[in-house]
Design a protein around this ligand. Sequence first.
Ligand code: ADP
Ligand code: GLC
Length: 523
Amino acid sequence: MHHAIHPVHVPKKRKTRRASQESSEQKKVKILFVASEGLPFSKTGGLADVVEALPRTLVAQGHEVAVVLPRYRGTKASAVVMPSLTIPMANRLRFPAVLNGTVISGVRYFFVDDPAYFDRDGFYGNSAGDFADNAERYSEFCRAAIEIVKHVWPADVIHCHDWQTALVPVLLRSSYGDDPTVNRIPVVFTIHNMGYHGLFPKDVLERAGIPLPLYNPASLEFYGSVNFLKGGLVYSDYLTTVSKRYAQEIQTPEFGYGLDGVVRSRADRMVGILNGVDYSAWSPDKDKLIPMKYSAKDMSGKQVCKQALLELFGIAPEHAARPVIGIVSRFADQKGFDLIAEQAFELMKEDVSLVVLGSGDRKYEELFQAMANTFSGRAGVKIAYDNEIAHKIEAGADMFLMPSRYEPCGLNQIYSLKYGTVPIVRATGGLDDTVEPFDLERGTGTGFKFAEYSGAAMMYAIRQALHHATDERIWRRIQLNGMAKDFSWKGPAAEYAKVYQAALTLRGGGRAGRNQMSVTTSN
Ligand code: ADP
Ligand code: GLC
C-alpha cells in the first residue's frame, strides 16, 4: 500500500475564449454517487431524499449516474457483480462483495455487502449509541466504492456525501495516489450537515486502514482525534453544501463546529446549491398517501386531510376549528426543540393544537410525550419513523414548525409550501433561503420567520401566524403564495453538472484515457 500523500494541487489554467465556450456547453458526465443512505433503500433523513432525486434528475438531463450504498439489513439485491473485493484493514483483510441492486429511473445501484458490518439493526447505531466500529465500516465502504470505479463502473467524477464517504477523496489522493486508473478522478463533496464529523480516537487509523502520515493538522488530525469530515473538506476538488446561506454560515465559528477555518481555506472551491424537492412524491395533487388530494385550484381536500389527521392524533373534535401546528423531524439538538420545551405552556395557551411525529434523542421523545399527556386531546405525538404519517401531517396541518438551531437546507418546510401548510421557521440555513416572510401590505411572502434563537422570538412568529390565520382571505393568500413556488430539482441538478465540469477541468479531464474531454486544450 502506498502512503504517499498528494495534496490537492490545482494548476491554474488560463481560460481561453474557446475553453469557456466549451465548458458552458452541456457535456455528458458519468457520475458515481457514494452515500451512506438513499431512497428507496435506506433513509434516516433528508440525505436519502437527495440521493434518490438528484441522480434521477441528472439522468433526465442526459448524464449517466450510479449510486453506491451499503447493503443494510433488509436491502434486496439481485445479482453479484464482484463476489469479493480485497480490502486491507489494519493487519487483516476483509472481503465485501459488490451486488447489483437494479436500475431505477435510469440510475444504476450498487451495494457493498459485508453482513458483519452492515446487516444490523440501525445504520449508524442503535439505542445504546453509535456503533463502535463506524470508522472501519465506512472506511471499508469508501475503499469498496473506489474499487467499483476501478473494476466495474469507470466514473468520470465521484460525488460524495457527508463524513461517512469522506475517505474516498482522502484515499484517492493517498493510498491510491499512484494508481493511474483512478488517481485523476475528481471528487465533489457535499456537506449535508457540519454537525456530524465522524470523529474517532487516533488508534482508528490503524484499525480502519488509513495511512498513518495523514495524522497531521493539515489532513485528518483534529485536536488529538481523527476527523473524517475534515479529510473530505481538505482533499475534495469541489465542496458543495445544500443552501447558499449555509455555505456562508459554515465559514463562521457558530456553525463551523471547529472546521470553519478549513472551510474558509477552501472558500474558492465552495458552492451553495439549494436542495430540490421530488414533487412526484411530495405534492398534494399527486400524493397517494393522503386521504384526499387537493390543489391550489380546489383546496377542499385539505380540510378532509385535517379532519383525518386530528383523528389519527387523538385531537378532540371540539378543537377541530383551531389551527393545527405540525412537526415531522429527527429529534436532535439541531432542530431547536429546546425552544419548544421552554415555551410549552405559552404555546399551548394559544388557540392551537399540536401534532408531532419524530424519533431520536430520548429527551425530546419524553418532552413531546409529556406535552401530549399534559394537553391531552389538544396535543398528539407519535414516536416513530413513518413516511405515511409524515405525508398526512404535511397535508393535514395548517402550519409547520421548524425552529432549528441550524438547518443546512431542510426539506419539510419546502414540502409544506407545496401543501399549503404555512411554515414557521427560524431564519437559518436553507430555512432562511426558502421561506419568505409574509408582508401584509404587499400580499407577498410564504411563511413566518424569526432570527434570534430564543423562545420569545419563536413565540412572536407563531403568534403572528395565528393572528393572520384568523382572516381566511389573508391566510389563503399566504397558502397560495407558497403553493406557487417551484423548488424542483431541475435548476439545482444543472448547477451540480457545472460543478462536475469544473472539477473535471481542474483535474485535466479526469480519468486517464478519457481523451474525449477537450476542455483543457493545448495552449
Ligand atoms: P434532516 O435531514 O436534518 O433530518 P430534512 O428536513 O432535510 O432534515 O429531511 C428530513 C426528511 O426525513 C424528510 O423527508 C422528512 O419527511 C423525513 N422524516 C424525518 N423524521 C421523520 C419521521 N419520524 N417519520 C417519517 N419521516 C421523517
Ligand atoms: C441534512 C440536513 C438537512 C438537509 C439534508 C439534505 O440532514 O440536516 O437540513 O436538508 O441533510 O441535504
